[in-house]
Design a protein around this ligand. Structure first.
Ligand code: NAG
Ligand code: NAG
Ligand code: NAG
Ligand code: NAG
Ligand code: NAG
Length: 400
């Protein structure tokens, strides 16, 4: 009893400490953002203690919390919602009920969560995908994939490939009444990397006859090659997404070996042979001055003892794709948040596509915070998340 009271007291003290962390001035509902931010920081701090005692890992704690928010498939008067599998991969389907003489557009959605957390079952994603189906009169396919640290790269991406390949078959699109020329792939955060990697694959591989009309990347994380971009420097302590926590969780996509996450935190994890690839994330040339704020990009220390050649793979870091791979990218929508370590991943991707003369639509949310699209349902409701949802759906409605 005394032990529990002590623990509870400790949690309160840590929470009280973090709740005073300053929240950027222009953020809407600062007390709510501050509360969520303090909850994340407290959890992350306690995880550091328990992990060091060998009790429970950070990813296990976060995924336990996240699972509380899972929903089951519930149909309503407009949309039939079912959980099924595509080639063995779990998907949640949203099928509009109203009769239609024309074929419908489709949206494939890959969720975020640093490859270690989450599911299409999360309340926020379930809401977003249902709204997408309803607003666009579209078929929505939300894809789950096996998560790290149990399954490392490339298994999660291969799961997404299997589901997408299954869905893009003529007879399957026909069966769901989908117009093969109106398919978009969307994803947020690490799911944005999965979506972009899928786009690069589908558009460049002759094996895929049906291509994407569009891709929508929502505060995407698109690379792990440079973890000291200006946004990583400016927002290392959040709000909500912390640099160290994001790297520790994200590194599990590659390995459980802590040596890698420690090297990544120091930004000393890229092998010597990546030198030529790093020009693709050189933010001296690819980031507007407004975000560089007079800082100059100097190439990070490259190491000779990397055990992880997959770090160079552009399926893992879509920003490392070559110009010729990017050349075939379809109409693209990118949403970035100002107060987000991943801001510059999105901005650099936009710059690379625009340098190639490609058509990119961009919404930059000046008061945006990471993960807000997942925070659109009680009890974690942020109005900025609803604004992002509206912008994303407006773009889809006009372009898909
Ligand atoms: C069904 O669609 C109509 C028209 O778009 C909308 O007004 C209504 O709120 C929708 N119902 C649900 C349950 O989403
Ligand atoms: C990158 O990873 C993908 C997915 O597993 C694989 O198909 C591809 O061959 C890899 N590319 C390189 C250059 O190793
Ligand atoms: C490479 O070697 C350095 C120095 O021995 C070590 O600190 C680092 O953890 C190693 N990096 C990896 C990725 O193993
Ligand atoms: C980045 O680009 C700038 C401008 O072209 C160039 O001067 C610099 O050498 C590049 N940095 C690296 C590390 O490639
Ligand atoms: C980009 O796409 C939008 C929407 O399809 C279109 O209105 C616009 O004209 C295009 N811009 C360019 C430069 O192609």
């Amino acid at each position: 009893m005394a032990y529990r009271a002590l623990c509870f007291g400790l949690i309160c003290v840590i929470f009280a400490y973090y709740i005073y962390a300053p929240i950027p001035e222009n953020v809407e509902e600062p007390w709510k953002v501050g509360f969520i931010d303090a909850a994340v920081k407290t959890t992350s701090f306690l995880c550091m203690l328990t992990e060091n005692m060998g009790l429970i890992r950070q990813d296990q704690v976060f995924s336990t919390f996240v699972k509380v928010d899972y929903t089951s498939p519930v149909s309503d008067s407009n949309i039939t919602v079912t959980d099924t599998t595509f080639d063995g991969i779990p998907v949640r389907l949203y099928l509009p009920k109203r009769k239609s003489d024309n074929k419908r557009p489709a949206v494939i959605y890959t969720h975020g969560g640093a490859y270690v957390l989450g599911s299409f079952k999360l309340r926020g994603y379930n809401f977003l995908n249902r709204e997408t189906a309803n607003t666009l009169d579209a078929v929505v396919v939300a894809v789950d994939y096996r998560l790290s640290p149990e399954y490392h790269f490339p298994i999660p991406i291969e799961d997404v490939i299997s589901a997408v390949k299954f869905f893009l078959q003529d007879e399957i699109l026909e069966a769901y009444g989908v117009d093969p020329t109106r398919i978009c792939i969307s994803g947020d955060s690490s799911g944005g990397a999965l979506a972009a990697a899928m786009t690069h694959l589908v558009q460049n591989d002759a094996e895929f006859k049906n291509k994407f009309k569009a891709q929508a990347l929502l505060y995407p994380g698109l690379q792990i090659a440079d973890l000291a971009l200006p946004s990583y420097q400016d927002y290392a302590n959040g709000p909500i997404l912390l640099r160290k926590m994001a790297i520790e969780l994200g590194s599990l996509f590659i390995t459980k070996d802590k040596a890698l996450s420690q090297a990544m935190i120091l930004n000393k994890h890229m092998p010597l042979e990546s030198r030529h690839l790093l020009t693709r994330v050189n933010w001296s040339t690819l980031l507007p001055e407004k975000y560089r704020k007079n800082r100059l990009y100097t190439q990070q220390v490259l190491i000779s003892n990397s055990s992880y050649p997959q770090i160079l793979n552009s399926t893992l870091s879509p920003l490392l794709a070559s110009d010729s791979q990017l050349q075939n990218v379809p109409l693209t929508y990118v949403l970035t948040c100002e107060h987000d370590i991943l801001r510059d991943d999105g901005l650099i991707y936009i710059a690379r596509l625009r340098n190639l003369g490609l058509n990119v639509s961009h919404d930059h949310i000046e008061d945006g915070v990471h993960a807000a699209l997942s925070l659109t349902r009680f009890p974690f409701y942020l109005r900025v998340g609803m604004r992002m949802k509206d912008k994303y759906l407006r773009w889809l409605k006009e372009n898909l």
